[in-house]
Write a protein that binds this ligand. Sequence first.
Ligand code: ACO
Length: 375
Amino acid sequence: MSPEIEIAKPGLEGVVAGDTAICCVDQGKLLYRGYPISELAEKTAFGEVAYLLIYGELPTAAQLKWIRKQWSEFHGLRSEVLNTLRMIPAGVPMMSVLRTCISMASHFDPVEGQELDSLKRRAVWLLAVASDIVTARYRLLNGKEPIKPQTGVSHAHQMLYSFHGTEPDELSVRLLDMTLVLYAEHDFNASTFTNRVVASTASDMTSATVSAIGALKGPLHGGANEEAINLILRFKSAEEAGAWVNEALANKEKIMGFGHRVYKHGDHRAVILEREMRKLAAVKGRQDLVAIYDAIKDPVVNKEHPIYPNVDYPCGLVYYLMGLPPDLYTPLFACSRIAGWCAHYIEQIQNNRLYRPLSRYIGPPLRSVPPIEKR
Ligand code: ACO
């Protein structure tokens, strides 16, 4: 290897792998197309943020109505996809089901063409179909048939209605909306980078999305919200949780829902969600879970080299307090992040160069192939 070639740190830490106008992630701020995440979480619904990411600007009232109408038209799974959902064994993780069924649904993609406008509409379709797959699978697993989607409601409202078959309460809609806004985009994270690598080969948007779902599923990435709630639920008391976490830290174990490659002083999204989680726990009378949450968090953030909660730590508990089962948490993350992935897909193909890094060979030196009887 020639000496002028730079060798990246493991995991590409600290490497700028491309330009983006979609999202700015740094210690001091998180912006979606220039808007701070705190304002978006407070003032917008997921439909607005999805529109912002995919179309480039926040929607007017008419544009928001349009995207909701698009969702209404796109909602509802074809029988082929429903049959696939029925055939997949009950124990298969929901993220694997989502990966398979998005792929299956794409064979009947209702959006024609590859031009820019079609790609944006396909992104809106992918958001509709992903939420249909997750909600339908949830109902089937609970012995219920998928229900006909409502029209003209927000994405969060639609999802909660489709899970439960009843009108969702306002607080649940607002909280789900907020988590979807917070999860929608985060620059070159592992799943988005996966998506952009696939996009850079000039492959299609659905293939890039399916690949990204595979990356998000991992517990070091999106899978952490399920791991985090399962950790909290393991303990009967704060004392038990505190004793466990101190021992885990002494043994250099990873505490799920903590740490981040970019944020070393805390994740903006976690701060917002933790505040909401505390309010929700008070409403639900579940201070016992908050005590366990804090008993795990305190030793991790107060150690000599503090590690802070990422978005997945409070989010797991928010979803649990909303009555949603853990198997849904990473799929809900995916149902939101599809907006960011598709925005990146479009950005990548508009100014494309194939991603093709080098590797440093550390295998055996040159040797010749021995005859089979001598191996
Ligand atoms: N618990 C305990 N220690 C941790 C944690 C954690 N969650 N995260 C990092 N550390 C420690 C490491 O042990 C390491 O310590 P050392 O220097 O003494 O060896 C140091 O902090 C650096 O850790 P790395 O794993 O090298 O940091 P990296 O930037 O590669 O990892 C990651 C980031 C993967 C997110 C990591 O913090 C982790 O595994 N967290 C748990 C999983 C998780 O919550 N993932 C969700 C991320 S956010 C998202 O995807 C939406």
